[in-house]
Ligand binder design. Structure first.
Ligand code: MN
Length: 377
């Protein structure tokens, strides 16, 4: 089986459990996000600055066999390089993943912090460590910076500092902290200007809303409903950034919606165009081009297994679709990346295959370059 090399528009690092203790003073460290796995290993409790919530840990299928699907329960920590950037490169070489856009894991829950000082110091510590210990190890790693959204001035200051540290992407939650203006408001203009100016892509990872919004469904089908529900937040973020004119005013700003699939993009574009056209008299602000055009041009998306994602490019003209491994999370493709890539792309023409597996990613992060040519496709 030939190796299909791909860049991943959605990967994660797993923080060491004592990360905050090593990088922040004790009175701050004890309030930072930490996850405690239950005795049976089926769920975890996440503690963030006086708040806590429990969540079920994912169960995934790895193999098809004669009986159907084999369900296995495994910890994210099973990937040798989950928390070690040097071992990580060996994992990537084995899986056929070249460059990676890398998000935090437990660190993503920093969005729940409500104390501006704690939020500010937490992202600073994380960004400093990430710049030296992840980005500093290989140009194949594109880690996302964190910023506090409790104060837009703090966010801009940290984003600019991160640009100086070499970051090319910033991770934002799909909703601002509760009580703060939504992303369609002018409040956030300074942040969009700073990101555009610095050439930093704004990456929204799905599922990064407040914990209370994580699992709104109960009863029959709730597991599937809650999983699917997570994708909508990313779609709403893209919709707000397009229809409010934020992307129109910042034509060089690029968004990434990570882990939420891609085939929703043509649908959303058509719906926004219909609203814009049919209700033109009431539409504010007016945009320099139709919403779908901006969406297709400035919003990049990543998917893992979705068979419909490839057709968004080949049949619907949406070019900014990226594959993503979600390494090393269990929803992702670790251990079966090549099988997944072959299933998705064996029948896809070379140009489209290259665009989805590597080309779209290179628009945003050209420095990762191309993998070694030997046997690569
Ligand atoms: Mn992910």
């Amino acid at each position: 089986m030939d190796m299909i090399w791909a860049n991943s528009g959605d990967s994660h690092w797993i923080e060491e459990p004592d990360f905050w203790d090593r990088h922040l003073p004790p009175k701050l460290a004890s309030r930072m996000p930490r996850a405690v796995v239950s005795a049976d290993g089926l769920s975890e409790t996440v503690y963030v600055d006086g708040q806590s919530f429990e969540r079920r840990l994912p169960t995934v299928y790895r193999n098809k066999n004669e009986d159907g699907l084999t369900m296995v329960e495994e910890s994210s920590a099973r990937a040798p390089g989950a928390g070690n950037p040097r071992l990580r490169l060996a994992d990537l070489d084995h899986e056929g993943v070249w460059g990676e856009l890398i998000f935090a894991s437990v660190g993503l829950w920093q969005f729940m912090i409500r104390d501006p000082e704690l939020a500010r110091e937490g992202v600073k510590a994380q960004n400093d460590w990430t710049a030296s210990e992840i980005a500093g190890v290989s140009k194949r790693f594109v880690p996302t910076a964190g910023v506090s959204l409790l104060d837009v001035g703090d966010a801009v200051t940290e984003l600019q500092r991160c640009a100086g540290l070499g970051f090319r992407a910033v991770c934002l939650p799909i909703d601002p902290p509760e009580g703060h203006d939504q992303f369609n408001r002018d409040t956030w203009e300074p942040l969009w200007s700073a990101a555009e100016e610095a050439g930093i892509a704004v990456a929204f990872h799905i599922g990064t809303s407040d914990a209370k919004d994580l699992a709104p469904h109960r009863g029959p089908g709730a597991m599937v409903q809650n999983y699917v529900e997570q994708s909508y937040g990313g779609q709403r973020a893209a919709m707000r950034m397009v229809s409010s004119g934020a992307l129109d005013r910042h034509p060089r700003l690029r968004l990434v919606i990570a882990e939420g699939g891609a085939s929703w993009v043509p649908f959303l574009g058509d719906r926004m165009n219909e609203a814009y056209r049919q209700h033109h008299r009431w539409v504010r602000p007016k945009l320099s081009r139709l919403p779908k055009e901006t969406l297709f041009d400035q919003v990049y998306t990543s998917f893992m297994h979705d068979v419909s994602a490839v057709a968004t490019l080949t049949a619907m003209g949406y070019n900014n679709v990226m594959w993503g491994s979600d390494y090393p999370h269990v929803e992702g493709t670790f251990g079966h990346t090549q099988e997944t890539l072959h299933e998705l792309f064996d029948a896809v023409p070379a140009e489209a295959r290259h665009r989805i597996t590597r080309g779209a990613f290179l628009d945003l992060f050209p420095d990762v370059g191309e993998p070694p040519a030997t046997g690569a496709s």
